[in-house]
Design a protein around this ligand. Sequence first.
Ligand code: PAF
Length: 281
Amino acid sequence: MQICRSISDCRATLATFRANGARIGMVPTMGYLHEGHLSLVDIARAQADRVIVSIFVNPSQFGEAADLDAYPRNETRDLALLKAAGVDVVFMPDVATMYPEGDETIVETTRLANMLHGEVRPGHFRGVSTVVTRLFNIAQPDVAVFGEKDYQQLQVIKRMVSDLHIPVDIIGGPTVREPDGLAMSSRNVRLSKDDRADASVLSRALNAAQAEALAGATVESLQKLISDMIADVPSARLTGLDIVAAETLNPLTGPLTGPTAIMISAAFGDVLLIDQKVVSP
Ligand code: PAF
């Protein structure tokens, strides 16, 4: 496994693969890897001949410096996991490499980035699309894989790639869950023991909503079902519940008529968790 810290090194390594006709798959990450990331690597490996994983904790997508500082990091463990997963290249740039002196260019999906989670975290999706565009320009992958758990992020990236004619196929990887249903996330380690146990309410609420959707629910009845279930868990503070059209993320009302994304965010102590499910009537 080749570890590249500079853009020139990364490009040179990938050029040798491409010269042999290899299709390149990419999994962008912020490190502190878990089973969820490794499942994205597996998908990339199935879709491509060579796999590159980037590890870069992207400052421009964090609102507060404290959140950025608190983001967990473990380079040694990440590299061991990626090696065991059969990854070919790891790209680990520093901030000055990704955001060179005098940097001023941003990429923004103007509608998708500023609704839903983007309203509570201003600038977050702009930071994501800016860094992902830069990563794509560096690695020029044929295919890239992102988790469906960050559902709005996945829609932002699909829109951006389509609007900017970036020649990469975007694939969404299904959410990987702990045995009690909690979606895997690098943030889970920051939960207290009690909050960790309570946090499974998010996936329980989504499963209940899915069952209701099949039984002819309305957007309003799903909203009530989910908020009631979360209100029953005192440690959980519901910070966002959006029931929207799966692709456009436009708000819906009344009976479900097609694929519908349910996006939940909830705080446990100072840890903000998100989860989502696409349901159909
Ligand atoms: O999902 C993530 O880990 C990040 O938002 C991403 C896509 C790697 C961009 O920094």
